[in-house]
Design a protein around this ligand. Structure first.
Ligand code: SAM
Ligand code: SF4
Length: 462
């Protein structure tokens, strides 16, 4: 779930208050966690904007503060509690200020959130955003307002999100919600409910709007995009990819997250067929040990995963591959950990997101398995995984030196306003001198140098 795009946009501070009516009720919204939360925040703004709420970029002037939250690991939740503490003094200064917790933490903790944190006025789960205007009204009358009902149908299909992306170049498009996989460690099925796919016509309409508004890249989002299924298989994920790719050859299509059990060759052939479907797949393996994968209830083996990797390398040879890893899952032995390091080397991942196992209440693992790997062992294993990934990323980046890539420019380099950065199809960040190019342009960039995180290059003629 957490990838580079999410890191760029998660925790994003609201922007562009000028989009909203003057004198509107001032809304301040902070987003934590995954890309899906960023996409949800865009829906929330759209819903509230229609009711006269305008987004402001400082919580100090807000009438309503909403925090869109993540529950995936304990430290994600602790961060929110710390943030709430920082808001405490505001309530003393402004008695009518309302504070709402929305998203996964709202769903997981429900009323308990209000009992624990008296300053919280609203608690709204991921499927209840349409009721936000009524809930705010209720909270304004001095009552605590809670809606954490999960839905089997809600996809916010026809709501046109108000984009938070600052660059006007890349956007998220949610294609499904929830997850039915029930991996034993994961809280998502409890916080985001059952899996459901969004009507493809509304997806295509949203993508067309993005094209009309000058966007150049979109990421189709779902917890397991390979299970996208509309109307009993009449539109599957491969079909949806093809439908979006055909809309405009200048629009880049990305997607996240793929699931090893469900990723078909048909999807890979579709990726290979269209130049504008990016050659990058995030295929989280979590562990290289069959015993651990079984306890995680991931539904595939190391051998199955390697078969999918080989299929990617055969059908989409220039594809980059990234993964997620969890270090120190219940009863993970030193041998299991070595299996993880060995699968990393075998695949040669270009990038990874790596985490220490964090037990989440009410999951199968919390109820039935023992969180018995000591914290210092988890930390040491995580460190080894990170060090190996840094090495693998450097090897992967070094292979690109001398190659020329088409890059979509996303912004100015943090280090110099004379330099720009963008990504190639493989999702690698490339930094280069500006020349006369600008954000949103496609340019050809030759790679001259690299670190494990970034490629450095220069614009060359086509
Ligand atoms: N649906 C995607 C998948 O299955 O690959 C990812 C969703 S999850 C929200 C993002 C990542 O967080 C997972 O791939 C996993 O590595 C990590 N994660 C989930 N639950 C975790 C836990 N309890 N402790 C540590 N990491 C966890
Ligand atoms: Fe969680 Fe597994 Fe669903 Fe991913 S596929 S969201 S890890 S339950």
């Amino acid at each position: 779930m957490v990838n580079i795009l999410a890191e760029r946009l998660a925790n994003s501070k609201p922007i562009n208050k000028d989009k909203f009516k003057k004198g509107a009720t001032k809304l301040y919204l902070e987003t934590y966690g995954c890309q899906m939360n960023v996409a949800d925040s865009e829906v929330v703004i759209s819903i509230l904007n229609k009711e006269g709420f305008g987004l402001v970029d400082s919580y100090k002037s807000a009438d309503l503060i909403l925090i869109n939250t993540c529950s995936i690991r304990d430290n994600a939740e602790q961060r929110i509690f710390n943030r709430l503490n920082e808001f405490k003094h505001l309530k003393k200064q402004n008695k009518s200020l309302l504070i709402g917790i929305i998203g996964c933490m709202a769903e997981r903790l429900k009323e308990k959130l209000i009992e624990k944190e008296k300053l919280v006025d609203l608690v709204v789960g991921p499927d209840a955003y349409r009721s936000l205007p009524q809930l705010v009204q209720k909270a304004e009358s001095g009552q605590k307002a809670v809606n954490v009902l999960l839905s089997r149908e809600e996809t916010y299909a026809e709501i046109s999100p108000v984009r938070l992306s600052k660059n006007g170049v890349s956007a998220f498009v949610s294609i499904m919600r929830g997850c039915d996989n029930m991996c034993s460690y994961c809280v998502v099925p409890y916080t985001r409910g059952r899996e459901r796919s969004r009507n493809p016509q509304t997806i295509i309409k949203e993508v067309q709007e993005l094209i009309d508004n000058g966007y150049k890249e979109l990421t189709l989002l779902g917890q397991n995009v390979d299970k996208y299924n509309w109307n009993n298989g009449s539109v599957k994920f491969a079909d949806l990819l093809e439908m979006t790719a055909k809309l405009d050859p200048n629009l880049r299509i990305r997607f996240s997250t793929s699931y090893p059990q469900d990723m078909t060759d048909e999807v890979l052939y579709t990726i290979a067929k269209y130049d504008n479907i990016c050659k990058y797949i995030h295929l989280p393996v979590q562990s290289g040990s069959n015993a651990v994968l079984k306890r995680m209830k991931r539904g595939y083996t190391r051998e199955w995963y390697m078969d999918r990797i080989n299929a990617i390398k055969t059908i989409v040879p220039d594809c980059s591959i990234s993964s997620d890893f969890i270090a120190g899952f219940c009863s993970e032995t030193e041998e299991d950990h070595k299996d993880t390091l060995s699968i990393m080397k075998l695949v040669g991942f270009d990038y990874s997101y790596m985490f220490k196992y964090s037990e989440r209440p009410d999951t199968y693992a919390a109820k039935r398995l023992d969180d018995n790997v000591p914290d210092e062992v988890k930390s040491r294993r995580l460190k080894e995984i990170i060090e190996l990934q840094n090495y693998l990323s450097l090897v992967s980046n070094k292979r690109d030196i001398g190659k020329t890539f088409e890059v979509l420019i996303e912004g100015e380099s943090k280090k110099s306003s004379e330099r720009l950065f963008g990504r190639n199809s493989q999702n690698k960040v490339i930094v280069f001198d500006k020349k006369d190019s600008k954000i949103g342009d496609y340019v050809m960039v030759k790679v001259n140098e690299c670190s494990s995180a970034t490629l450095l290059g220069e614009i060359v003629d086509n």
